[in-house]
Ligand binder design. Structure first.
Ligand code: NDP
Length: 485
């Protein structure tokens, strides 16, 4: 088998690839076959220090450039990413196992969207003028300084850009640590940014496990931490950041509800349930994994869902017709298999799927459970795999209360033809990102993020600027200054 172009070394620091084989080796496994396709080395304390020091130095000059100059570089990087979409998509597929059918339209493209959007916004960032009689205050929108990004393994290119683009647009430097499971893609993002003219030191990538992330978060030179990961990791990282009074963005997990009312277009609702449970083999944070279906249409919904799932093309992720690939790792596959066993043991009805495929790689079948009740483990915990729980309901108020009865609050969806009900339910959802008659769209123009335990802050959109910059107020007195003595 031919593998995509490998990054030349483990880390990218101060504008160049850097290798240090004294760190712990991390094998990169192609999830479709289980073969090791690359090895990188975890950052040693010296590598972490080098990355932070170079970022600190580079940030000073970067912040002095105009927004127009900074934005031009980001937009150039977006263009390069789009030109190299094929190669980047192949790398993303090898890193994650997601089918090329997905990666070629989602990953580098959404990363490029973020670079283009925040590149365009960089020149528009301003403070304001506040008149106070003769005196006045003006505000300066200033960068935070050095940001640390820590990524999950499901969207390695996108996460590297969703954090890097707004950070750089606002005049910050960033040190990014990808998940140890998918270390390759962020290196390519760094390479492209520098090729587009980014001065050395502003976007650094260091590899490693949780302890490298921990070292970055607790370093006093770091001003902000943006994590995409699970709630348990979020609690640790948030606490470590709090000790240093650092800014945070937390993009964490979910167990999001999707409500399908009796008047919904069933084909559209089934499409939403498929997109919100089986895209990327179910490894999407905002997935609507608790699908509440009105009793009157439940059997019709399940029948169409099963028929449509039979059309999934499961196989080699590099074949363009493949629409469902492997899990990212053996470990994640086994976690999901445990949840499937719990679903069966606790009495849920297995409608389809439920087993590992008899082939190389970490393949599970798309799995649907019906007759799921609110207290079952598969209805309460984030599974992060292709497992849909279908629950019954009859009453709107009751289903909304059940939908909100969770510690998570990342996303939620409603399918109905009743316009007033759609907006009423959306307004009642306790979630950061809601959908009406669709699911899982995440355009860069719209804020994305969670409420409750699912997160703090927002990525994308104008809202992200608030999380990568700070305001300084400057009071200007025009007349004499009086004092009491
Ligand atoms: P983890 O929480 O296991 O890891 C996330 C990242 O944090 C990894 O890079 C990990 O390193 C690192 N890390 C782990 N421990 C620490 C620590 N103590 N200090 C600093 N960094 C640490 O998540 P997964 O990678 O398993 O990703 C899946 C999770 O991510 C799911 O819960 C999913 O919902 C969530 N997610 C949220 C999204 C959102 O936007 N809200 C989007 C995508 C995923 P390493 O793994 O290398 O040890």
């Amino acid at each position: 088998m031919t593998y995509p172009t490998q990054p030349t070394a483990s880390h990218f620091i101060n504008g160049a690839y850097v290798e240090d084989t004294s760190g712990t080796p991390i094998d990169v496994v192609y999830p479709a076959t289980g073969e090791v396709i690359a090895t990188v080395y975890a950052a040693t304390p010296a590598i972490v220090d080098q990355a932070i020091a170079s970022a600190k130095t580079a940030q000073v000059a970067w912040a002095k450039m105009t927004g127009t100059e900074r934005g031009r570089i980001l937009r150039r990087a977006a263009d390069i990413m789009r030109e190299r979409n094929h190669d980047l998509s192949v790398l993303e597929t090898f890193d994650t196992g997601k089918p090329y059918q997905e990666t070629s339209v989602v990953d580098a493209t959404s990363g490029a969207d973020a670079l283009e959007y925040f590149g365009g916004m960089a020149a528009t960032l301003t403070g304001e003028h506040i008149q106070l009689g003769e005196d006045w205050v003006y505000t300066r929108r200033e960068p935070l300084g050095l940001c640390v990004g820590i990524g999950a393994w499901n969207y390695p290119t996108q996460i590297a850009c969703w954090k890097g683009a707004p950070a750089l647009a606002c005049g910050n430097a960033i040190v990014f640590k990808p998940s140890e499971t998918t270390p390759l893609c962020a290196l390519k993002v760094a390479e492209i940014l520098h090729e587009a003219g980014l001065p050395a030191g502003l976007y650094n990538v260091v590899q490693g496990m949780g302890e490298v992330g921990g070292a970055l978060v607790s370093d006093p030179r770091v001003d902000k931490v943006s994590l995409t990961g699970s709630v348990p990791t979020g609690r640790k990282v948030y606490a470590a950041a709090a000790a240093g009074i650092k800014h945070v963005t937390m993009e964490l997990g979910g167990k999001s509800p999707m409500i399908v009312f009796e008047d919904a277009d069933i084909e559209n609702a089934v499409s939403g349930a498929i997109l919100g449970n089986f895209y990327s083999s179910g490894q999407v944070c905002s997935n609507g994994t608790r699908v509440f279906v009105h009793e009157d249409i439940k059997e019709a919904f399940l029948a169409r869902l099963s028929a449509r799932l039979a059309g999934a093309v499961i196989g080699d992720p590099m074949q363009v017709e493949t629409s469902f690939g492997p899990m990212v790792s053996e470990r994640q596959m086994n976690i999901v298999l445990d949840y499937i066993a719990k679903g069966q043991a606790e009495g849920a009805r297995l409608v389809t799927g439920g087993t590992r495929l008899d082939r190389d790689g970490f393949y599970l079948q798309p799995t649907v459970f019906a007759d799921v009740t609110d207290d079952m483990t598969i209805a309460r915990e984030e599974i992060f795999g292709p497992v849909m729980a279908v629950l019954d309901f009859t009453d709107e108020d009751d289903v909304l209360a059940r939908a909100n009865d969770t510690e998570f609050g990342l996303a939620a969806g409603v399918f109905t033809r009743d316009l007033a009900r759609a907006h009423r339910v959306a307004s009642g959802f306790e979630a950061g990102t809601c959908y009406i008659n669709t699911y899982n769209d995440a355009p860069v123009e719209a804020p994305f993020g969670g409420s409750k335990a699912s997160g703090v802050g927002r990525e994308n959109s104008k809202a992200a600027i608030e999380h990568y910059s700070q305001l300084k107020s400057v009071y200007v007195r025009m007349g004499d200054l009086e004092a009491p003595f």
